[in-house]
Design a protein around this ligand. Sequence first.
Ligand SMILES: Cc1cc2nc3c(=O)[nH]c(=O)nc-3n(C[C@H](O)[C@H](O)[C@H](O)COP(=O)(O)OP(=O)(O)OC[C@H]3O[C@@H](n4cnc5c(N)ncnc54)[C@H](O)[C@@H]3O)c2cc1C
Length: 386
Amino acid sequence: MTETADVVIIGSGIVGSSVAYHLAEAGCTNVLVIEREPHQGKGSTGKSMGGVRAQFSTPVNIQMSIYSIDFFAKFDEVIGYPGDYRAHGYLFCATHERHLKYLHANRERQLALGLKNVEIVSRDDIARFVPQLRVDDILGGTYCSTDGFVDPHSVMMGFMLKAREGGVRLWLDTPVTGIEVENGQVSGIATRRGRVATRVVVNAAGPWAAEVAGMAGAKLPVEPLRRQLVPTEPFDKLPKRFPMVIDMSTGFHFRREGAGILMAWNDPEETPGFKTDFDPTFVEKVLIRAADRVPCLADAAVNPRRSWAGLYEMTPDHHAILGPASGVGGLYFANGFSGHGVMHSPASGRITADLILNGRSDLIDTSQLRVERFEKGELLEETAIL
Ligand SMILES: Cc1cc2nc3c(=O)[nH]c(=O)nc-3n(C[C@H](O)[C@H](O)[C@H](O)COP(=O)(O)OP(=O)(O)OC[C@H]3O[C@@H](n4cnc5c(N)ncnc54)[C@H](O)[C@@H]3O)c2cc1C
């Protein structure tokens, strides 16, 4: 017998799990999530730094963050499982007048959209947050106290466990190999376990989303881009608690992770591709930037074998692609988060469920994020990317 579902979600990362939860919450429970790996979290979600922030530059990203961070703040209560949201803040440190102007303009936009707690901070304020920072060239910055961190694995598991309690089914170890389209409408999918009849498919395949879209003959401009993180061994020369600190002169940023420090930097020489091996030469690249801004980090011990790499899912305008595919009825995209899929997972799940069930969402103007924007040349541009 052919299996049937009202909605099939391809991919059980944090985004697929959030879509499943939001559908179930809205009463749509005949939902099947299909994951090719034997466990959840083997894609980008399990590699994430877990940062969540509303300090963006475009209204749509700010709105998605405001909804999502409010959601993380009540996650444990609403979902019944921990999401480990820590409101430790994000601290942007400007070293040029143009950085300051940029942060102040973003803050105006953030305030206008209802994000009230973004503060302009001075060099002295910054030094109080992390006294070990070299601040001689820092002109000031901005700090938002509700930005912070979550545990991506816990959030993903919480969403999925709650969805399953509502009746959603999850098939692990089951690659989707095809999407059937009849007369321009999705009619089913092919998997290693057999066919599933459905009229609605959500592509939540993370960095592999373009390949999944291609199964339905749809084009999706999502490219994988390697991103590497370097944790230190236990390090007690920095405070026990401090915000995510972003050095705008280099893009180096870091936060506390347990007893150690987690360090990140966007390597401009990185090229697109499915590269998930950690490149040991990256350790020196990140440490040079780290020691320049936080001299005591030059003494931190780093074991390259504890460092890791994962994939960002990049779109040409660094914004997500949400909503129906053009030309394939019943196919929905929840893709291309360009490094923000963890922090935007609550909003993306809610918006995708709204669009499937009601054809609209009151959370944001969803037309901005539709895939057609690339054909029409109506690209958005987010410059506050890390
Ligand atoms: C190093 C690093 C740091 C990051 N830091 C942050 C951060 O601080 N904050 C933030 O918000 N974001 C961050 N991100 C980005 C974030 O991790 C992603 O945007 C997010 O995890 C995307 O979630 P997803 O569910 O869409 O994709 P994934 O977690 O990749 O899930 C997609 C799933 O689809 C499955 N799949 C693919 N193809 C098929 C198929 N054919 N059949 C069945 N299943 C399939 C995969 O196995 C996978 O499990 C970071 C990413 C990396 C790599």
